[in-house]
Design a protein. Structure first.
Length: 403
């Protein structure tokens, strides 16, 4: 019996002893709606409109408004032109680099300023964030060694691939363009992604994919309303003659009515040849239940993207907008910037700095700490805790009266 159990355990071990990292693209149908399939990247891109575009654009533009900065640890010495970091900026830096200086001139900064002949830095940051909001992944192609250009790749046409029997999460990337497939080495591609608990090593899980069912329902609702208005299968007017008429007479009457009242003819006078009844038919404006459902769908989409509802409604005030802006920066933008900075430090920075003396970090977009420190400096000056010279030195400024 023990030998049978041992053989069974060995067979299980062999069965599950696969490469260290497997592609975990596990289908997870909804238990109540198993017929719903995972959308393709093309289907995701097709929904880039209305509330989805608004939410994705808000997150992408906010992330692009906070570009990362280059820092070096003070212990490394003055190898590059730098400046002291203000106290309120240090809250955005890692704990191990609190005594850092900001590098103001470096080849990496020159690259990020003009990333390629087509895109500037803001274009790069915005496209990178936009792709992650829609498909969950963003890809850069690094050209040159050391890098000379950074090319944002269309996430719809890039797929991470593993070789047969490989123990690596990704061996290369496939780029589809113009009907051709190009293989890009892993070392030349930087992959940004939102986390996906279903597949930690594959493409990320975008906010749009997470709420796609609601997005599709909103699209179907708008499509239905559009078709009702464009071709609602309802006549504008019903003419009911008092006596039966021939088909030819009916056609003549319809033609005459359309010629008189179509386009700019509304309001003209018609003298009827015979007695007839005129009934004006109007399409229903829409039921309240459908409008309420559309509003609930909008809220679901906004929640998936981390967009406060105050950004999407007129029923708000300045106080609510300020609170919503703080919530958006703290809960949605700050984690995205943190994830972006760590990927840059992991993949891009080592191409310029192999000694680990530099790091990229984005100042905290939430300004609570800065306001607190400014108020603290004011109180320190008022009560004599610190002098103006000490505060200027902490900010990296020259002493008062220096040439």
């Amino acid at each position: 019996m023990k030998e049978k159990i041992a053989r069974w355990l060995r067979s299980l071990a062999q069965k599950f002893h696969a490469p260290a990292i497997k592609a975990w693209n596990i289908p997870m149908p909804h238990p109540l709606f198993p017929r719903f399939e995972q959308p393709s990247d093309s289907e995701l891109a097709g929904e880039l409109r209305d509330t989805v575009f608004t939410c994705a654009s808000l997150n992408a533009s906010a992330c692009a408004s906070y570009p990362p900065r280059l820092y070096m640890r003070e212990a490394t010495g003055e190898r590059w032109p730098s400046r002291a970091v203000a106290p309120w900026e240090k809250s955005a830096l890692p704990d191990i680099a609190r005594n850092a200086r900001e590098v103001v001139r470096h080849p990496l900064l020159d690259l990020l300023k003009q990333v390629n002949p087509v895109h500037n830095a803001h274009d790069l940051w915005e496209l990178t964030a936009f792709d992650q909001e829609i498909t969950g992944s963003a890809y850069w192609l690094v050209e040159g060694s050391p890098p000379e250009f950074l090319w944002p790749l269309p996430s719809l046409g890039v797929k991470p691939r593993r070789g047969k029997g490989s123990r690596l999460p990704v061996d290369f990337y496939e780029l589809r363009r113009g009907g051709k497939i190009e293989r890009l080495p892993h070392s030349k591609v930087i992959h940004f992604r939102h986390p996906d608990p279903r597949d930690p090593y594959g493409p990320g899980l975008s906010p749009l994919r997470a709420c796609f069912d609601s997005v599709r329902m909103a699209s179907l609702f708008l499509s239905l309303k559009r078709h009702l208005w464009e071709n609602r299968a309802l006549p504008g007017v019903v003419l009911s003659p008092q006596e039966p008429i021939h088909d030819d007479e009916r056609a003549r009457l319809e033609e005459r009515w359309n010629a008189l009242f179509r386009d700019g003819g509304n309001g003209r006078v018609l003298v009827a040849e015979t007695g007839m009844k005129v009934d004006v038919v109007s399409a229903p404006a829409g039921d309240l239940a459908s409008l309420a459902e559309a509003g609930a769908t909008r809220d679901t989409i906004a929640n998936a993207f981390g967009i406060p509802l105050a950004f999407l409604t007129k029923e708000t005030n300045l106080a609510n907008l300020r609170a919503a802006d703080h919530q958006h920066l703290a809960k949605a933008i700050r984690p995205r910037l943190k994830r972006r900075d760590e990927k840059l430090n992991e993949r891009l920075l080592p191409l310029f700095d192999t000694a680990g003396e530099l790091f990229l970090a984005t100042p905290d977009p939430v300004q609570d700490d800065r306001d607190f420190l400014l108020k603290q400096e004011e109180l320190d000056l008022k009560h004599g805790v610190r002098s103006a010279q000490e505060i200027r030195a902490a900010r990296g400024l020259d002493p008062i009266g220096s040439p």
